[in-house]
Design a protein around this ligand. Structure first.
Ligand code: IVH
Length: 669
């Protein structure tokens, strides 16, 4: 390439990489996958190497990224948090092992091979065994103090178990989200008509950087520790010892790591790891190979970006190529139209895939996906198969762009695009696909849990015109059920019994099952607890709904609009006429609930109780514990070294109580 075009490409790559750095590190909304990003970085590094005359200090090829955002205090790491060199090639991995041996002047070196967790890097400082701070990597030198958010991670001990505790230690690891939790949160979002989160890594990264502590508390994060920063005094001398030590201190650690000598054994360990990674509870995007001995690590040292004694071998995301036979449109229970790729079945990451999501109209147009195209599919975040791109070279000559339907394919009603949403919706409440979706949702495990009323039965009941609203379920008759496919006396009786039992369901399940916009399981629980009946919620004002912890303005207006609709009210009346009688279990008993309706925030070190114990006590007396001080806080329970929360409570006029005062409050005379 000519000199001028090289320079042009370097400038272009630098700009592009900077943009992706910002999207990934600061916004947790990457537009491209790791492999694509790594390719851009490598192209830039190669071009820069060919042009040593160009200044490169400011180039993103020299940077480690920076995750710091507004709203968090900055904290300087005692030892910098470095990045890792990475490779996708076996040859390059062997070259690394040879380089290490040469640098150490040994025949073969001892390495550990461990999973590379695809999460968010964090450095925890423990002083005399007590967790005092959690900080993000930031720019490697200084990061954001996220202690308050990390406090919600249930699997992280605040105190290490001895013996062998150093006075001060920086323990590094990765915060991540389990797939089940990711699915649970997405199911709630979809129900609420919100766009689902893209993948667990981005969601974990976004969550640790949230200022809204109540929201953080609702999302369960997890953590794994594997790395060492500063340690005073030193207590271990190798990576393998360190893993064992972390475990005895009671910290969550990777379930498996390998200690191996030489390149062949290390490679075999990488292959074993790749085969085993599906069983790990965290997303694993590669293997990290580290020189085991800390002394040997010191001999090799580091470049400005990464240590010379470690490398990440990244696994290629599993992709498969297949033919997209047809694009179908699915209509969800809230009327959202989702384009789905119907594929020539293909094997991918151990399963046969015949459908993949195309997300929405905009996304489909951006990728210019057409029927008949050859497409690459991938498990996004290793969960939902998605179409990554079209293999343009294989596009059939006669193909034309897909025209997104202007009418709902299920009921022929014109579809509309709601302001501020990417989704296109069918607004016909009687649309048969929506009716089916609503009924299936109502009967599902997370709602009324009516056994025997699954998709196949609902389809038949709707097709035969026997059921069209949720209240019709409670008027089903034995003879009608006998007329259904695969129904005999016993199955009909069982279903009727399950329907009868569901009348005494917990209130939050009924609320969830109604399909009120934005109301997923957790909002339903908050509403049930605050109001105690459907009637009370139906007549609640916008203000009183917003006053409930966990209910925002958007949800509140969704609720008001839902109950203002005559059709919805009629269905609910009819449900109650049919004998629906939801219950609200009272826990604890009324007289013990001396803190009912009171919200506490806990800060500082309490003289006798651990924070968890104080939280448990408050909750056992009917109170609630929240993570941050706001106007809705009733009491700040403050111990020693209370910091910014105390100042905030004082400025808002929130009453501050001590441990002793709390104990007095809960002691019934
Ligand atoms: S060691 C100085 N080990 O991957 C070496 N990093 O792409 C520091 N990561 O910055 C890193 N799993 O956030 C190490 N087992 C593991 C890891 C791991 C995930 C992350 C870490 C690192 C990034 C580099």
């Amino acid at each position: 390439m000519s000199q001028a075009s090289d320079l042009q490409r370097i400038a272009q790559l630098r700009q592009e990489i900077r943009r992706h750095d910002e999207l990934y590190h600061r916004q947790a909304k990457p537009e491209i996958g790791d492999a694509e990003y790594d390719l851009l970085k490598r192209e830039l590094a190669d071009l820069e190497a060919a042009h040593p005359e160009l200044p490169s200090e400011d180039s993103p090829s020299m940077a480690v990224g920076d995750d710091r955002v507004e709203g968090f205090a900055s904290y300087r790491h005692l030892l910098p948090m470095q990045s890792l060199d990475n490779t996708y090639s076996k040859d390059e991995f062997f070259a690394f092992v040879a380089r290490v041996a040469k640098g150490l002047e040994v025949e073969q070196a001892l390495f550990t091979v461990e999973p590379k967790i695809d999460g968010v890097a964090v450095s925890l400082t423990y002083e005399r065994g007590k967790l005092i701070r959690a900080v993000t990597r930031g720019n490697g030198v200084e990061g954001d103090d996220i202690t308050a958010n990390v406090a919600f991670i249930k699997t992280l001990p605040r105190e290490l178990k001895g013996p062998n505790l150093p006075r001060l230690i920086e323990i590094r690891g990765e915060i991540f989200m389990r797939d089940e939790e990711f699915d649970r949160l997405n199911a709630e979002r979809i129900e609420g008509g919100l766009e689902p989160f893209k993948n667990p890594r981005n969601l974990a990264a976004g969550t640790v950087k949230m200022l809204d502590r109540e929201e953080v508390a609702k999302r369960q994060l997890d953590i794994m520790l594997y790395g060492l920063g500063d340690c005073q005094p030193a207590v271990v001398s190798s990576q393998s010892e360190y893993h064992d030590q972390l475990k005895t201190w009671g910290l969550p650690v990777v379930e498996r790591f390998w200690t191996v000598e030489g390149p062949e054994r290390a490679w075999a360990a990488i292959e074993e790891l790749e085969a085993a990674k599906a069983k790990f509870p965290y997303p694993t995007d590669g293997a990290v190979i580290k020189l085991d001995s800390f002394d040997q690590q010191d001999v090799l040292g580091a470049t400005s970006k990464a240590p010379r004694w470690a490398i990440a071998y990244k696994f290629a995301a599993e992709q498969a190529e297949t033919v997209l036979k047809r694009i179908s449109i699915q209509i969800g229970r809230t009327g959202v139209l989702t384009p789905v790729a119907e594929l020539e079945p293909v094997q991918l990451a151990g399963t046969t895939v015949s459908r993949a999501t195309l997300h929405n109209q905009e996304e489909m147009a951006r990728k210019d996906v057409r029927e008949g195209d050859s497409v690459l599919i991938e498990k996004a975040g290793e969960i939902i198969p998605a179409v990554v791109r079209v293999v343009m070279e294989k596009r059939p000559a006669e193909s034309g762009p897909f025209s997104f339907p202007a009418k709902c394919p299920a009921c022929d009603t014109e579809v509309s695009k709601v302001e501020g949403e990417v989704a296109v919706r069918c607004l016909n409440i009687e649309c048969p696909d929506q009716v089916r979706g609503r009924l299936e949702h109502f009967a599902s495990r997370q709602c009324l849990d009516i056994e025997g009323l699954g998709e196949a039965v609902v389809d038949q009941l709707v097709a035969k015109g026997i059921v069209s609203t949720i209240s019709d379920i409670y008027r089903l008759e034995y003879e009608q059920l006998l007329g259904l496919e695969k129904f005999a006396e016993k199955s009909a009786r069982n279903l009727l019994a399950a329907i009868e039992t569901s009348k005494g369901v917990e209130l939050w399940r009924l609320l969830h099952g109604l399909g009120i916009p934005q109301v997923g399981a957790s909002a339903a629980k908050d509403l049930a607890k605050a109001f105690g009946s459907v009637a009370a919620i139906a007549s609640a004002s916008l203000e009183s709904l917003v006053a409930v912890d966990g209910i925002g303005e958007k949800t509140a207006s969704g609720i008001v609009a839902y109950f203002a609709d005559e059709g919805n009210r009629a269905v609910i009346d009819s449900l109650f006429q049919a004998g629906m009688a939801p219950v609200v279990p009272v826990r604890p008993s009324e007289e013990e609930a001396v803190l009912a309706g009171k919200t506490f925030v806990i800060t500082g070190t309490l003289p006798r109780m651990k924070r968890d114990e104080a939280k448990e006590l408050i909750e056992s007396k009917g109170g609630k514990v929240s993570g941050s001080v706001s106007k809705k806080t009733d009491y700040l329970l403050a111990g020693e070294a209370a910091g910014s929360k105390l100042a905030k409570a004082e400025s808002l006029g929130v009453e501050v109580v001590s441990e002793a005062e709390l104990l007095r409050m809960v002691t019934v005379e």
